[in-house]
Write a protein that binds this ligand. Sequence first.
Ligand SMILES: [Zn+2]
Length: 139
Amino acid sequence: MAPNELELLNWLLERGLPEAKSFAHQVERIRASRWCTCGCPSISLHVEENVPTGTCSQSVISDFVGLTPDGKKCGVLLFQKAGKLILLEAYQQDPIDGTWGFPVISSLQRFEDVGQVFVKDPQTGRFIQSNSQFRKDSC
Ligand SMILES: [Zn+2]
């Protein structure tokens, strides 16, 4: 796992749902592999077999939006399944061509705090109801 990926993962675990901290010990010997070929930086996470599982009722345990090193809007989601970290997904909110990187940590804001900003319809100025519409663009 690349140092910047590890740093981001630890950051997301500290600031995600309260239960996210119960997964923190899994990071120590975690491995990552490319999850997608579209150009996004999303990675699958592989936790060792005998590592104690975390506890969370939701699959997304951390949910932030920010800017890539090139200043494009994107989001990151950290997923768990059956108590193990399984996926660090990045999705784009600005159109991004080619290969891009995980957001800069200093740019990250909680999705709940800023989600509405991103779903404001530029045509009408009204807020679009569903926050999830942008996530359908993720791969
Ligand atoms: Zn992708």
